[in-house]
Design a protein around this ligand. Structure first.
Ligand code: FAQ
Length: 335
């Protein structure tokens, strides 16, 4: 047998079977190591990650719109600079996440197409309108606060590229949350009408923020499998509870009332009890019938169309650079 033939036979003999691959995958997950792009993974694991990471990336990109709406109307240059930086961070988060999704074998252009044709979801929270500048502060405080609660555990997700992207994203989200809280602190020390504006924004954003964590555990089809794969580290209800417990003292400090008559400390449980969000409303918003769904997707679709020339120019530039690199000897090679 030729040496090539011997190597091929040895490789075939050494190639692990499906059971061995599954076993190795399970061992990596159970021992808190990371699955990396070239590792074998079950099809369902790959599909779940693509679904969640794509939804997450789309949320960051669509999430630029509600606050972006206030960029030209920020009340001072300082507030405008802060808001610009925050909205740009969100674009960056979207890009890290699309890159993480691409390591699973999907293409960003394909994911964008699925978003604008309504075949992939994004977070329900971005389908509510931003009526006053207080909404910018409340989004930072409550929406970024909820995002942090949900995303800090994702830094320990079993899929390496997603977990690593989350580390940086969470650091930036913490800054976003603080800028929102600082804005609201300023409003709370302001005039009577500024305090009313603050309370009105809290009243409108509280329940949609609780819905960000997804349906109750009993109605969450994906949680059990995602927890077994250590993609999700906590259930939707556990994280919602953590968010409520974290937020109540912050609301007291701000001097606002959270719009839930059932909200109270439960000594026995060591947690706050709270009321039931309107799950039918969440269902409607996820199905595309929220107050701003159509507007958000139209805006995203037209931004994508208007940006076509930029993508074409970037591709033409990259092709030109690549062809120059092929035909021009490099400085190192010439020496
Ligand atoms: N909105 O079985 P589960 C941010 C869907 S980023 C829309 O519980 P899962 C930063 C769900 O996809 C915010 N759809 O699903 C920022 C599933 O769909 P399917 C985004 C929702 O995946 C701040 C079905 O319902 N964050 O805020 C929602 O196990 C400020 C059944 O649900 C992430 O994406 C919802 N709220 O748990 C930017 C974090 N909830 O199966 C700008 C990563 C559920 O029909 C300004 N994602 N659905 O395809 C996750 O942690 C999870 O995917 C959950 C849902 C917890 C969202």
């Amino acid at each position: 047998m030729s040496s090539t033939g011997t190597a091929a036979a040895a490789a075939t003999a050494a190639a692990p079977g499906a059971d061995a691959l599954q076993h190795r995958f399970e061992q990596v997950v159970e021992s808190e190591q990371r699955i990396e792009p070239r590792d074998w993974m079950p099809d369902g694991y790959r599909a779940t990650l693509i679904r969640q990471i794509a939804q997450h990336a789309h949320s960051e990109i669509i999430g630029m719109q509600p606050e972006g709406n206030w960029l030209t109307r920020a009340p001072s240059l300082r507030r405008k600079a802060i808001l610009l930086a925050k909205v740009q961070d969100e674009a960056g988060h979207g890009l890290y996440l699309y890159s993480a999704a691409e390591t699973l074998g999907v293409d960003r252009a394909e994911l964008t197409e699925k978003l604008i044709s309504g075949r992939q979801k994004y977070s329900s929270i971005f389908n509510y309108p931003t009526l006053t500048f207080a909404d910018v502060g409340v989004i930072g405080w409550l929406v970024d606060g909820a995002a942090i609660c949900n995303q800090v555990p994702l830094c320990r997700c079993s899929y390496g590229p997603y977990a690593r992207a989350m580390v940086r994203i969470c650091k930036e989200e913490s800054f976003h949350q603080r800028q929102g809280y600082e804005l609201l602190m300023t409003l709370s020390r302001g005039t009577e009408s500024q305090r009313r504006m603050l309370q009105d924004a809290v009243d409108r954003w509280w329940w949609p923020s609780l819905m960000m964590f997804g349906p109750p555990d009993a109605d969450s089809p994906n949680t059990a499998q995602s927890m077994a794969w250590r993609i999700k580290r906590h259930t939707n209800d556990e994280l919602r509870q953590r968010f409520v417990d974290m937020t109540v003292p912050q609301a007291e400090r701000l001097g606002v009332t959270l719009p839930d008559p059932d909200l109270e400390w439960n000594e026995e449980r060591g947690h706050h009890d709270f009321g039931e969000p309107d799950w039918e409303e969440l269902g409607r918003v996820i199905r595309g019938q929220g107050p701003c769904n159509a507007e958000r997707i139209d805006r995203r679709r037209s931004a994508h169309q208007e940006g076509a020339w930029v993508r074409e120019a970037a591709a033409a530039h990259a092709a030109k650079q690549a062809s120059r690199a092929r035909t021009t000897p490099s400085a190192g090679g010439a020496a």
